[in-house]
Design a protein around this ligand. Structure first.
Ligand code: 5GP
Ligand code: MN
Length: 353
């Protein structure tokens, strides 16, 4: 973790010290790592005597609402609910932390406000190809499980914590454990030696992991499980190239009454099939289709997302979008698009090998 050095830690301490209006921003449709890292930093700043705001484009899914009970919830500004407040908060910030994303456009509705902001900016992220030029200070590391883990190592290096996880505020420690847990899919992927060290130290410091797991994995609706059954039985298609894909149209989403976050984790499931090299889940969302991609070692989900789905992400977990009618006329054309483009992707890969 090259960026975590004494020079950068000193700079970070100075920036926090000088800030009067710190703001934390994370990516659109925030997931566990986005919310976990943001809420963790909020608690740390508060302990350092700094009241910050957390600005997000869209409300976080309900299984993460335990993170924003209490003070962190009062600090939350959601653009979808209060667009003017969100823009004003970013406008008035003198220090902005950008967590769990690598470029401003990943915040969707907040992009313009971030572009215009004159505040100092700090990046804390684990994605490929960070936009380092846009930041006064960057902590960017891809060899880590999550933004939450990266933040954990940064905070452990700060003078007020000095390597003792017991000195992290309890809300901070719980949120860090949450973000790492969701981004590793509960220790199924992207686990490094440093990840287990983090988990061990946080447990020893008193984080209640059972409580977190109960919120994350045992509070879903009945419909979510029934939809999962329907998707795996009736909607899953396998291609000759070892691609598994599912298209979830608006009608089906409505039929099962599912909400944001309910399909979390489904895209990973087809990777359990031996011959599957890459799995895609397409979800119709207004006039776009959101794409989630997961791949096994040797296949780059990031490359496929970049080349064919207007997106990017990590080597084996990436995402993107298809716009209608630009990329496909309507949702009924999604299957054909996937088959053609993933076939081309694997043909190109073989040529390059
Ligand atoms: P998910 O499938 O869980 O939504 O996203 C997986 C990964 O891909 C995340 O790390 C996320 O940052 C990245 N990702 C998802 N959607 C997009 C997108 O539209 N553009 C880019 N560049 N990355 C994305
Ligand atoms: Mn992440």
């Amino acid at each position: 973790m090259e960026d975590i050095n004494s020079h950068n830690i000193l700079r970070l301490s100075e920036l926090i010290e000088e800030a009067e209006h710190p703001v934390i921003v994370t990516h659109m449709k925030p997931d566990g790592d986005a919310m976990g890292s943001s809420v963790a930093l909020y608690h740390f700043l508060r302990r350092s005597g700094k009241e910050s705001k957390i600005v997000i484009s869209n409300r976080h899914p309900s299984y993460l609402s335990f993170l924003t009970e209490g003070e962190a919830g009062n600090a939350l500004v959601i653009h979808d609910d209060k667009p003017l407040d969100a823009a004003k908060t970013i406008n008035e910030a003198d220090l902005i932390f950008c967590l769990d994303f690598n470029a401003f456009h990943r915040t969707d509705a907040l992009e313009g406000a971030l572009e215009e902001s004159r505040a100092r900016k700090v990046l804390i992220d684990h994605h490929l190809n960070p936009d380092r030029d846009r930041f006064d200070l960057s902590f960017s590391e891809t060899e880590t499980s999550s933004a939450s883990e990266l933040l954990y190592h940064i905070l452990m290096s700060m003078p007020s914590v000095s390597g003792d996880a017991g000195r992290l505020p309890s809300g901070c420690a719980e949120a860090l454990m949450t973000g790492m847990t969701t981004d590793t899919n509960n220790f199924a992927n992207s686990v490094y030696p440093s990840t287990l060290e983090m988990a061990s130290s946080l447990l020893a410091a008193g984080v209640d992991r059972d409580r977190i797991l109960n919120f994350l994995y045992n509070q879903y609706s009945e419909n979510r499980l029934r939809l999962m059954g329907h998707m795996m039985k009736d909607l899953l298609t396998l291609t000759e190239d070892g691609v598994a894909y599912i298209v979830l149209d608006k009608k089906t989403q409505k039929e099962y009454g599912i909400s944001e976050g309910d399909t979390e984790g489904f895209v990973n499931m087809p990777l359990s099939i031996g011959k599957v090299r890459m799995s895609l889940l397409l979800k119709e969302d207004g006039d776009r289709v959101r794409v989630s991609i997961r791949s096994k070692k040797g296949t780059s989900a990031n490359r496929c997302a970049g080349l064919h789905f207007n997106g990017g992400g990590h080597e084996n977990a990436a995402g993107g979008r298809l716009d209608m009618p630009m990329d496909i006329a309507d949702i009924s054309k999604a299957a054909e698009y996937i088959e053609t483009h993933t076939h081309e992707f694997f043909k190109d890969n073989e040529r390059n090998d």
